[in-house]
Design a protein around this ligand. Structure first.
Ligand code: PLZ
Length: 446
């Protein structure tokens, strides 16, 4: 299937009449708790464009929340899905296995950093991958405590919510949450939680985190430390040098399973297969989802063989986990990344982001911080650069200005004051720049 024409074109007001009609039906049929960033309904998507049901073409700088690494209708993925669906859509891997699951496990075991023997297990979503990583870590260590960081997001299941930092909207009213979850500071150089300078934030936060683990939990009670090497929902927070390295060393020294949640920042997004590679880390366990399935639902847990094999037979699984169609899509997505050199594409997008967005800090007092790591970028908005007061309404205004002009961008951050860009890695450069021009104009207008 060919991508829709790669251009921005608004042919009705946004939302158009057909989207408005569908939104009314949505309101009557779907609970209002399910959010809606934009009130437009999709008809077709591919490359860097999404076309709505009224014929409006949007530049997609959101990528379906970091899922559309290879685009929304990559030919390899589309034909792998069609072929697999025609052969069989389901058997349940635990009942009668199929090769695609094993092949995908082999590929991820190879791609994961470090020269270690690994095993991979597949589930249906990111949250479920995180849940399973914790199950494996608890069983392999015989310990119960799990440590997560400030501003983290790990999913919306019971354990996912407990590991997630932000109360509203994720946890509010949904308790009691899972016990034995502890929280430590994350290095956030722009707002260092322990008051260190930009350069000292990494080691200072690691020291604070280690002190909490030692004094409030006890290292010998901790099964796992679960951490996104780059926080996604938290606002594209890139930790200072030394932070993750020190935590990984602490885990290794104390028999704690270091789980890198690569669901958002992994799978080529930051210019490496896994964002932990930027820090030279070799995690014990890596969770993946989002981009992995090329748009189809799948989550992966890839971990050291001795940990993964510690679980008794039958202790892991699910009906649909590693569905054959999703595995076929994931294998095709990996091929697509390799054939299209999308690691380099992500780095190149990062250079464009840096060149265009970093100067905004000088130009606008509303821009507190600009963070870029490959094709993952964020602009943090504040009421004033001096006070650093988070400005959620500025972020909301930038979002609606972009949406009205046909550019999809996403909100993020604990304080809802971050605008985040996660374009498909296959977006054309001209289209990307056109989208960024509109985004920059919205920021300058603040
Ligand atoms: N871990 C790092 O980013 C999902 C959430 C969208 P699922 N992030 C997008 C929403 O509003 O629910 C995410 C993540 C990290 C885990 C998850 C959870 O992945 O596939 O959404 O369950």
């Amino acid at each position: 299937m060919a991508d829709p024409p790669q251009r921005r074109a608004l042919v009705t007001e946004v939302p158009g009449p057909r989207s408005r009609e569908l939104m009314a039906r949505r309101r009557a049929a779907v609970p209002s708790g399910v959010g809606a960033t934009m009130p437009v309904f999709a008809a077709k998507a591919g490359g860097g464009v999404l076309v709505d049901v009224d014929g409006n073409s949007f530049i997609d700088l959101g990528g379906g929340i970091a899922v559309l690494t290879v685009g929304s209708s990559a030919p390899r993925v589309a034909s792998a899905v069609a072929d697999q669906a025609a052969a069989f859509t389901h058997t349940c891997f635990q009942v009668t296995p199929y090769e695609g699951y094993v092949l995908l496990a082999e590929r991820l075991n190879e791609l994961a950093p470090g020269d270690v023997e690994r095993r991979s297990l597949f589930v249906n979503s990111g949250a479920e991958a995180v849940e399973n990583a914790v199950k494996v870590a608890r069983l392999a260590t015989g310990r119960q405590a799990v440590v997560a960081v400030e501003h983290a997001f790990h999913g919306r299941t019971l354990l996912g919510m407990a590991l997630t930092a932000k109360a509203s909207p994720y946890k509010k009213g949904f308790g009691p949450l899972a016990p034995e979850i502890y929280r430590v500071p994350f290095s956030y150089p722009y707002r260092c939680p322990v008051g260190a300078s930009y350069d000292e934030c990494g080691p200072a936060c690691a020291e604070a985190a280690v002190a909490i683990m030692n004094s409030q939990i006890g290292a010998d009670r901790i099964a796992a430390l679960v951490v996104e090497p780059v926080l996604g929902e938290g606002g594209v927070i890139i930790p200072g040098a030394g932070y993750l390295e020190a935590l990984a060393a602490y885990c290794a020294a104390n028999g704690i399973v270091f789980v890198a949640d690569e669901i958002q920042a992994g799978f080529a997004r930051t210019g490496k297969w896994f964002s932990c590679e930027h820090y030279g880390l070799v995690p014990d366990v890596i969770t993946t989802a989002k981009g992995l399935g090329g748009g189809l639902p799948i989550g992966g847990v890839t971990g050291r063989a001795e940990l993964m094999d510690a679980v008794h037979p039958g202790g892991l699984g699910s009906t649909f986990g590693g569905n054959p169609v999703s595995c076929a899509a994931a294998l095709a997505a990996i091929e697509e990344v390799e054939a299209g050199d999308l690691l380099a594409a992500a780095s190149h997008i990062g250079e464009i982001f840096s060149a265009r967005l970093k100067p905004l800090v000088e130009e606008s007092r509303a821009v507190g911080d600009v963070r870029v790591i490959g094709a993952m970028a964020a602009v943090e908005l504040v009421s004033d650069q001096g006070s650093k007061e988070p400005d959620a309404s500025a972020a909301a205004r930038v979002l609606s200005a972009c949406h009205e002009e046909g550019v999809i961008v996403l909100k993020a951050g604990t304080f809802d004051n971050v605008v985040r860009l996660l374009p498909p890695l296959v977006i054309g450069e001209e289209l990307l720049v056109e989208g960024l021009e509109i985004f920059e104009k919205a920021i300058r207008a603040l």
